[in-house]
Design a protein around this ligand. Sequence first.
Ligand SMILES: Cc1cc2nc3c(=O)[nH]c(=O)nc-3n(C[C@H](O)[C@H](O)[C@H](O)COP(=O)(O)OP(=O)(O)OC[C@H]3O[C@@H](n4cnc5c(N)ncnc54)[C@H](O)[C@@H]3O)c2cc1C
Length: 377
Amino acid sequence: MKTRVVVLGAGFGGLELATMLSDALGDDVDVALIDKNDSFVFGYSKLDVMFGRTTLDAVRLPYHDIAKPGVRFLQETITAIDPAARRVTTDGGVHEADFLVIALGADYDFDATPGLAEGGNEFYSVAGAERLRELLPTFSHGHALIGVCGAPFKCPPAPSEAALLLHDYLSTRGVRDDCQISFVIPFGTPIPPSPDTSRALVAAFAERDIEFVPECRVSSLDPTHRRAVLDDGTEMPYDLFLGVPKHRAPDVVLASGMAEDGYVPVNPQTLETRFPGVYAVGDVATIGVPKAGVFSEGAARVVAESLIARLRDGEQPGAYGGLGSCYIEFGAGRVGRVDVDFLSGPKPTGTFQEPSVALVAEKEHFGSSRRSRWFGH
Ligand SMILES: Cc1cc2nc3c(=O)[nH]c(=O)nc-3n(C[C@H](O)[C@H](O)[C@H](O)COP(=O)(O)OP(=O)(O)OC[C@H]3O[C@@H](n4cnc5c(N)ncnc54)[C@H](O)[C@@H]3O)c2cc1C
């Protein structure tokens, strides 16, 4: 019988894992790749959708395009995970695994921020970005507040990017002078591991008259009086609230008993959980790296190499390095880049590349190379 690898979640982590297993093992392995959605959307595409730079249809990558030897994509919703038995229940049936990989990402906890659902908007989900695409053209004067409701959150540069792109968007429409933009973030600097990147972002905010409010998070909204309440008690009035909701592991993961303090603990070198043959990669896991696609992908590679080595009697890979590069939209048609190293030294470090037009093309290649590797087009 073929070795059964069940991969839960077809995001950055799950797609990379299934691709590597197929490339190395082909039909010698049975990989079930399970996701409740019918398509994948890159995180950064949500910003493009929100600001009307593209449409959802143009950026959706349907899972039915996946044609890889050894890989079966199953569009099913996972309802229970039994890590000790390596058994997964979905709305389509029960899946038994020899190796189980949890790559279910992080969900949003809208109720954790009172008033957010009624009085705010968020740009972290596809639905939220689509709603904002309709709403933003109606915003022509007043105070836009971009607020992070809790850490950790996905892609730490994304709210800074939203502030800079909002500036461009309002400027293009000729209404920037009638609008204020403020940005609230729980960190002391926009990108704590990279002082150079943070300095460049803070300078970009200042040049564009964007108010930067560090070391605070939005703890609630008062939709009636249109006020955001920060965790230090300060109140900020707003006319348009663009929020990053609090994150947590999906309910099915919390119910499985695998999570501690909200996420799944793993050995950061091997990504193994405390259950034999069960791994967790990406945003769902506590690894000591940011919640970003590049890190999910890097962790998935280590798990793939480890499984391939086990099945081919090869050598186990080296430890997961916690390295990743993130592209940062600075507006005005330029993209910067930060390369971060989270695990190799005593503390995280980062190097910054100034925003340029060349990096716009590099970011495009980042997306198109993954699209072709994972989806074949
Ligand atoms: C606005 C924004 C911009 C971003 N920009 C970048 C960027 O430039 N670079 C970068 O590297 N990262 C970026 N990110 C972050 C990136 O999108 C995530 O960190 C990444 O997708 C995490 O990968 P993952 O595989 O861990 O989880 P995900 O990609 O979230 O995949 C998890 C999958 O699990 C599925 N799932 C969850 N629960 C169930 C269930 N019960 N049953 C079945 N399926 C389920 C989901 O449908 C999902 O497809 C951005 C995120 C946002 C919101």
